[in-house]
Write a protein that binds this ligand. Structure first.
Ligand SMILES: [Zn+2]
Ligand SMILES: [Zn+2]
Ligand SMILES: [Zn+2]
Ligand SMILES: [Zn+2]
Length: 460
């Protein structure tokens, strides 16, 4: 969903009636403004980084917008995107996060199917076949008497790959190092605790405590750590060998259709075969479904359904559902040093009356426009309002509206006039502070966040 849904553009200033553009208009008007790169509306997280609203969550406990960097993630389930089968984490680890029965074509990377050729009345040979590029595994001699045996054979070929063996060794080494580190940490903790206990419980027995035990252990641990790091640096890779004779590349009889391309070689990273005949099928990588928690209060922000066939979420606290959606309703040409009203639309996504306060924020260092905020506070009706625009609530809200500031009001949105005065010939950027109050299932919410506007360059 785009935050700036549509910039209705026009050549005249905002005081004259809007000329709606129709799809049949092929040539844009002379002064039409095109969307420039970087233009948009960006919401701030509590970590003061700006994002589009789709990328933010809303924590009802902290009453603040939360970005992906301010959440912790937890893997709920592993599944194959091809056969949509769930896999327990132990099994996923055993199969190195790949599906145990789905393979991809080494040439075009689409899914392979198990194909059978009857040999006798009871027996069939199975092989992999690509329905898209017609590659099959018979050419490389990969066939078996059952689909499961065929999958096992293909996994065995993968295991023989020297890169896999190298990777397994590396993982083993890292796991061993980590185990050692954990053991040292435990030792250190034990020693600290015992040393503290002895010193606090019986100060007269201080002499009985080994005098430099803590320092010595710390030093020995540091020495071990630096030795480990040095060993890692020392282990150099073999230098590349310079090949002078490149005649084989200039042979006239090379069939380019049989030469593997870079993407195909990256799939077979260790062997990187020159010809397509030597490419081997690869297993489909598993995907994960993850739940996200607020890193400050640990509240659950996102919880997907574990079933890969379902797209619903068990818990979904995205910012789109809680904070007002702000979009530019009308963006007139903005001349330099002239105050021009831009129409900004605020949508209320919640099921209760929402109070919105807009105020200036002068601490933004990149601000290149002066903003006159004329609307200290207003209310927006709830999303699921029974009556339409003629309800008593809307009527009473309309009666209080200042026509010079509020351009239009409907069921759950309001359009305000925001006078913008560009100060420099550069992207028009400014930040507003938005205060929002509403009722949610977790109680009254009162939040404040910054919104960064980028309205493109001023018109000359
Ligand atoms: Zn953040
Ligand atoms: Zn699969
Ligand atoms: Zn293929
Ligand atoms: Zn929180």
């Amino acid at each position: 969903m785009l935050v700036i849904e549509e910039f209705k553009l026009r050549s005249e200033m905002a005081t004259t009636p809007v000329q709606p553009t129709t799809p049949s208009q092929t040539n844009p008007p002379a002064k039409t403004r095109v969307r420039e790169p970087g233009m948009g509306i960006f919401y701030a997280c509590r970590c003061e980084n700006f994002f589009i609203i789709d990328q933010l969550y809303y924590c009802q406990s902290c009453q603040s917008t939360t970005c992906k960097f301010c959440t912790t993630q937890e893997i709920d389930s592993y599944y194959c995107p091809n056969c949509l089968e769930n896999m327990p984490s132990t099994e996923a680890m055993m199969y190195k996060n790949n599906c145990k029965k789905c393979f991809t074509c080494p040439c075009c990377f689409s899914g392979l199917i198990y194909q059978g050729i009857p040999i006798t009345a009871e027996k069939s040979d199975y092989y992999f076949s690509c329905g898209y590029c017609h590659w099959d595994s018979l050419e490389m001699g990969l066939k078996a008497d059952s689909p499961s045996a065929l999958a096992a054979k293909a996994i065995d070929i993968e295991k023989e790959d020297p890169s896999q063996k190298e990777l397994s060794k590396l993982i083993e080494k890292l796991q061993k190092d980590e185990r050692e580190r954990a053991k040292e940490r435990r030792q250190m903790g034990r020693l600290r605790r015992s040393s503290l206990l002895v010193r606090t419980a019986a100060p007269q027995n201080l002499q009985s405590v080994p005098p430099k035990s803590l320092d010595e252990l710390e030093k020995s641990l540091q020495a071990k750590e630096s030795a480990r790091n040095k060993a890692a640096v020392k282990k150099k890779t073999k230098p590349a060998v310079f090949v002078e004779n490149l005649d084989h590349l200039t042979k006239d009889n090379i069939d380019l259709n049989e030469i593997s391309n870079l993407s195909q070689r990256f799939q077979n990273l260790y062997s990187q075969p020159i010809t397509q005949k030597k490419l081997t099928p690869k297993r489909v990588h598993l995907l994960t479904r993850r739940s996200k928690h607020c890193s400050k209060c640990d509240k659950l922000m996102i919880k997907p359904d574990l079933n890969p066939n379902k797209i619903e979420f068990k818990r979904q606290h995205v910012a789109l559902m809680y904070v007002p959606r702000i979009s530019i309703s009308l963006l007139p040409p903005l001349p330099l040093n002239v105050e021009t009203p831009v129409l900004v639309k605020f949508w209320n996504p919640v099921h209760s009356l929402m109070s919105v306060t807009i105020s200036k924020f002068d601490k933004y260092p990149d601000a290149s426009a002066e903003i006159q905020v004329l609307l200290p506070s207003t209310f927006i009706s709830p999303r699921d309002h029974d009556d339409e625009d003629d309800s008593s609530e809307i009527k009473s809200l309309k009666a209080k509206d200042d026509a010079a500031v509020i351009s239009e009001r409907k069921t759950n949105w309001v359009i305000i006039k925001l006078p913008v005065k560009p100060l420099r010939i550069e992207q028009i950027k400014f930040v507003l502070q938005i205060g929002v109050k509403f009722k949610s299932t977790s109680g009254d919410q009162d939040t404040t966040f910054l919104v960064n506007f980028n309205l493109g360059t001023p018109t000359m």
